[in-house]
Design a protein around this ligand. Structure first.
Ligand code: GLU
Length: 282
């Protein structure tokens, strides 16, 4: 799929947005990269080629001094495809069971891909409910800090056996924002199957225009977003917009970009205008 070049349809700050993007990455030391199910899986299960591509970029970003924490969906999709079920699971218990099958395969794929760069990975399964408890919040933070101190790449997913928040609505978008706050990230990137926010659904409207820079999120933006969700995830753009709202209110900028765009993380790092950048709110 190809996308139209940047068209600004919302008011934006004075500086050209590429300069803002460059500055953002120049100052970025800690980055949350959330990768959606549609980016990590294909018709036959896990998309190992794309997992390798993303891992290669994460390894390169580390050489530029950027430490990445990965929030990875894809367990449910990897599970039901592994079980060769013709359709995605419909009930919550079946989705949870599929996630239990897929999670270890997902981890193995990340381990292989990042291992190629001599990087160790750690599986961290969290729930939003768990992190709300102060004691557990601190436990999670201390564990993650220790992993980063050792140079290990944390791969985080919702613990789907005990929680269903992201299964019902979210595709880990909200979890990624909680993590960004918990880890004091400088930036969060949501990699999905659309190159950011459009003024109409780009899958159904050929003249849809991408919004490259968003300085405030209001109701008009929400009403612009049609509820659209890919077959293998539960997120959709509304969930991403809600995540952007929460993230920018905690003072952390958020980018939504296409996870199958070639070298997307490195291109964003160079300040190229891909996806939609949501600037931090006061
Ligand atoms: N935790 C889920 C997974 O890994 C999130 C994806 C979804 O919401 O469908 O599959």
């Amino acid at each position: 799929m190809t996308y139209s070049k940047t068209v600004e349809t919302l008011p934006h700050p004075q500086r050209p947005h590429c300069a803002i993007r460059q500055e953002l990455f120049a100052r970025c030391r800690r980055l949350i990269v959330k990768v959606g199910s549609a980016i990590l899986t294909g018709d036959r299960g896990l998309d190992r080629v794309n997992i390798h591509r993303i891992s290669d970029q994460i390894a390169e970003l580390r050489e530029h001094g950027i430490t990445c924490v990965i929030v990875s969906s894809g367990a449910i999709a990897a599970g039901w495809k592994r079980l060769k079920h013709p359709q995605p699971p419909q009930t919550i218990p079946h989705k949870q069971a599929a996630a239990a099958v897929g999670q270890s395969r997902l981890m193995r794929a990340w381990e292989e891909a990042l291992g190629k760069h001599e990087l160790n990975v750690a599986q961290v399964l969290l729930t939003a409910e768990g992190i709300k408890d102060q004691h557990r919040y601190l436990n999670a933070r201390h564990t993650l800090e220790a992993l980063l101190e050792w140079g290990v790449v944390p791969i985080i997913n919702e613990n789907d056996t005990v929680a269903t928040d992201e299964i019902k609505f979210g595709d880990n978008d909200q979890l990624a924002v909680l993590l960004a706050d918990l880890m004091g990230a400088d930036l969060a990137i949501l990699l999905t199957d659309t190159d950011g926010l459009y003024d109409s659904n780009p899958h159904t409207h050929s003249n849809a225009k991408r919004i490259a820079l968003i300085s405030s999120i209001d109701e008009s933006l929400f009403s612009m977003v049609e509820e659209s969700t890919s077959q293998v995830g539960t997120g959709g753009m509304k969930s991403k917009l809600m995540a952007a709202q929460k993230c920018t209110h905690t003072g952390i900028p958020l980018l939504i970009a296409h996870g199958r765009q070639k070298e997307i993380l490195l291109r964003l790092y160079q300040g190229e205008s891909w996806g939609s950048l949501f600037l931090p709110q006061n």
